[in-house]
Each structure stands twice: as C-alpha cells, then as structure tokens.
Design a protein around this ligand. Structure first.
Ligand code: NMX
Ligand code: MLT
Length: 437
C-alpha cells in the first residue's frame, strides 16, 4: 500500500533522531523513583514505558495522538449517514499521527479487503476447539494459527536488516487487522449460531462489514465502529498493551504478540470485566424476578457483592481518577438509542449509587465507572446476548492500538524488555529489618 506505507516510512525516518538523541545525550536523566511499594504493588504509576500512540491522563482520560476521544470522533471522516467515524481512520491516525482524508481511508478499506481471506487452518483450529472453550481462548488460538503466514518471520530468516524490521511488521499487522472481524464472526457463528455464517460484504467498511457478518441491522454498524474506536488504545502500561509490547520485544511477530495480548485481556480485572458486568447484572435481574430494580435494591446488591469480597465490575481504574470518557461516550449513545432499555436503567442506577458506595467503603482509589460498565449493555440491546463474546469485541479494537505500537517499537528499534527482579530478603536487608548473612 504505497500511500500509507510511504508516509509511515517518512515519519519513521524523521522520528528516529529524536529517540537516538534522548538516549545518547540525556540517557542518565532521572524521571521517576522506584519504591518498595511500587515494586510489590504492581508498578502503579511508574514511568518506565514509552509510546507516542496514546497518552492517558488520570483526570482527562485517553488522548489518541494528542486528541481526546471527543475530538477523535469529530475529526475522523465518517461513512455517509453514519454517526461514528470509520475504524480505518483510527488505524491511520494511531499509526501516522495524521487525520486521514476520505481518499486515504478508501486506500485502507481496499487494502483490508485484499487481505481479509482466512487460510483454511484458521477454520480448522476454530472447528477443532473443545466444547465449552471460552471464545477468548479460541480467538487467541485462531490468531496463533496465522503465525505460519508471518511475513516478518520470512524476512527475519532471510537476514533483513534491523532498521527494516518495521516494514514486514506493518505487512503482518495489516494482514491481521483485516482478518480479525472474519475470525471473530466465525467464532460467533460457530459457537452460537450452529455455524451459520454470513460472508463478508466487499462494499462495506470495517465496522459496517462486522455488523453485516454478525447479521445485525443498523445502527449496529455504528455500534461496532464506536466500540472498536473506543477500545483501540489506552497507552502502554495496561495488561494487554504491555503484554503485546513485551512479547514483541523478543522479536516475536505480530501474530504471536497479539495472541499474547488477547490472553492478558481475557482476565476479569481487565477486558473480561465487560462480560462480568453483564453476568453480575443478569444475576441481579434473576434475583428480582425480572422486576425493575429500585435504588434500594441496587444499593443492597452492591453492598452484598462487596461484603462477599468481590469487586464491582466496570468500576475503578489503575490510572483514571474520573469517569472514563469511553463510558461517557457510550452513555451518550445509549441515552439516544436505548434510553428505554431495562438494562440501561440498571446501569443508570448503578452510576448513581456505586461511586458513593465505593467512596464510603474507602478502598478503591477511583470509584467511577470505566469503559466496561456500559459496553455490554449496548451489545445486549442489539441482540448479542452471549456475553462470553464481549471481550472478543474488546480484543478486535485493542489489536488496532497494539499493532500500531508494535510497528513503531520495531521502527524505533526498541530493545528486548528485561527488567531486573530482586528477592524479599534483599528488600528486608536493604531497609535494615534483616541482617545480611
Ligand atoms: N470494586 C471493589 N473494590 C475495588 C474496586 C471495585 N470496582 N476497584 C478497586 N477496588 C479495591 C481493590 O480491589 C483494592 O482492594 P485491596 O486493597 O483489598 O486489594 C483497593 O480497592 C485498591 O485498589 P485500587 O488501587 O483502587 O485499584 P487497582 O489499581 O489495584 O485496580 C482495577 C484497578 C481496575 C483492577 C480495579 O479497580 C477493579 O478490580 N475494578 C473492577 C474490575 C474492572 O472493572 N476491570 C476493568 C478495568 C478496565 N479495563 O477494561 O481493563
Ligand atoms: C484499558 O483500556 O486497557 C483499561 O482501561 C485498563 C488500563 O488502562 O489499565
């Protein structure tokens, strides 16, 4: 793809001296401090990673290439008559830092169309998945099955120079992103629709084609665009992005690294929380015999959950200290399109009572809702009621940001990630509560 790749090549060449200069001239400048609390406490807030694709401010939320999500939604071109921008546009923005024109988006659409066909082995892997496998397990396995297609591996084995690694990574990323909707909708059809599959529609953009293959009418095309755009990136320290970066730092290709990030996303404290929200709400609904909940019902349920030692899914965040703007954008969409949905009423009541209760409990540093508190309710409304599938949708979106990062990781020739570990005894000796023997 001449246009995008040429632009990327030029940007990479312009960027490289900046990274080189920082290391060579300022490499020993201190930017953060490592305390024992940080080492034992999951490295919260430690500034030890670098990415230029997105940045997460605790109060403002995520910026993609310097733009807030509201700006991204306004700036990126939209298909005719659509409320939400092209997913292809966010890929272009994250990769290059530029807002694409309609023509540049058309190029990406064409390129994805050319690369979307799945090799037979992917169907075989999905078909062979043992019954009761979680869709995220099947998703990761299907992505792994593409590893043998890797252009990067072929070029690496042929001895390509390190400064060119980004090029085959780009080719693999384009190939993978083009195929993810095909993989995900086949998993969906296989697991929940007796294998009845709707073939891809070559005339549609990423979001609309996904909706088409799911067999769901508009505005689910806009729901898909919104979902993939909002989930695309959340800087580099979150579990999925960090895992993808870490695995790729050993020069694993895009397929191996993305499958690994999917595995990180599949945990309930991370991406699986969108499934957990629905499971938790359906449980409440059952308890109430399908009746509309009162505020008192919701309060009781939230406290019961906390007293049982569980977290409230969809609330809290490791970095954010305000309501997640991704939640607010989805809430605005829901108010417009599904205001009368009974489940939306549940989420509205939760938004009213949970922050107050978490604050009263006094443990969570952030009592406000995150992206996962709202996303599943929208899927449920449009007929995707198999909530085990929701994290796969998160994974498609997140792959966009991960792929942009992996290409830039190789472009800037970041090295193998290998921090140092120490023992508990060493820390005890360091603070003087144990004598060195
Ligand atoms: N419900 C109950 N307790 C909570 C919650 C919550 N939603 N959030 C934090 N806490 C607790 C947390 O478990 C910890 O307890 P303890 O001291 O007993 O270990 C305490 O509050 C302090 O935790 P924080 O420092 O506020 O949060 P941390 O950075 O460790 O974790 C999350 C962040 C997101 C893992 C946490 O807020 C959580 O478990 N939320 C619910 C799950 C969720 O929604 N995850 C999705 C996050 C977004 N995403 O898509 O990835
Ligand atoms: C994410 O989108 O990755 C989550 O909000 C988690 C995080 O940023 O830590």
């Amino acid at each position: 793809m001449a246009g995008l790749k040429d632009k990327l090549r030029q940007k990479i060449e312009e960027w490289r001296p900046r990274t080189k200069r920082l290391v060579e001239e300022f490499g020993d400048v201190v930017i953060d401090q490592v305390t024992i609390e940080k080492v034992i406490g999951g490295m919260r807030d430690l500034k030890v990673l670098i990415t230029d694709i997105s940045y997460l401010d605790p109060n403002e939320g995520i910026r993609y290439r310097g733009h807030t999500l509201t700006e991204v939604m306004e700036l990126l071109p939209k298909p005719k008559g659509a409320e939400m921008p092209y997913v292809e546009g966010v890929w272009y923005l994250l990769l290059t830092g530029d807002v694409p024109t309609q023509e540049e988006i058309e190029e990406v659409i064409d390129e994805f169309q050319k690369r979307r066909i799945l090799p037979k082995v992917v169907y075989e892997v999905i078909d062979a998945s043992p019954c009761c496998s979680h869709p995220m397990t099947i998703f990761a396995s299907a992505i792994l099955a593409l590893h043998r297609e890797s252009f990067f591996v072929k070029k690496y084995n042929a001895g390509i120079s390190k400064s060119l690694y980004w090029d085959p990574m780009y080719e693999d990323a384009m190939g993978l992103l083009a195929k993810l909707p095909e993989i995900a909708t086949y998993i969906y059809a296989k697991m929940y629709r007796d294998g009845r599959r709707i073939q891809s529609n070559p005339n549609l953009d990423f979001g609309a084609n996904f909706a088409w293959m799911m067999g769901i009418n508009p505005p689910y095309d806009d729901v898909s665009r919104m979902h993939f755009i909002l989930h695309a990136d959340h800087e580099s320290g979150n579990v999925s992005a960090h895992t993808g970066h870490l695995v790729a730092s050993s020069l694993s290709d895009v397929y191996l690294s993305t499958a690994a990030m999917i595995n990180g996303l599949a945990g309930p404290l991370h991406g699986l929380a969108n499934q957990e929200v629905l499971r938790w709400l359906q449980d409440l609904r059952e308890k109430l015999g399908g009746d509309d909940p009162t505020e008192a019902d919701i309060r009781q349920y939230v406290w019961d959950t906390l007293h049982q030692g569980h977290v409230i899914p969809g609330y809290g965040h490791a970095v954010l200290r305000k309501t997640d703007p991704r939640y607010l954008i989805q809430r605005e969409f829901s108010q417009k399109h599904l205001a009368d949905d009974p489940l939306f009423k549940y989420t509205d009541l939760l938004f009213k009572v949970v922050p107050e209760i978490l604050t009263e409990q006094g443990k969570a540093k952030n009592p406000w809702p995150n992206v996962d508190a709202q996303s599943g309710i929208i899927q449920w409304h449009y007929g995707v009621r198999e909530y085990d599938f929701y994290t796969v949708l998160f994974g498609i979106g997140r792959a966009i940001g991960i792929c942009a990062n992996l290409i830039w990781d190789r472009a800037l020739m970041y090295p193998l990630e290998r921090p140092k570990s120490i023992t508990t005894e060493m820390l005890e000796e360091l603070v003087g509560i144990k004598k060195k023997v």
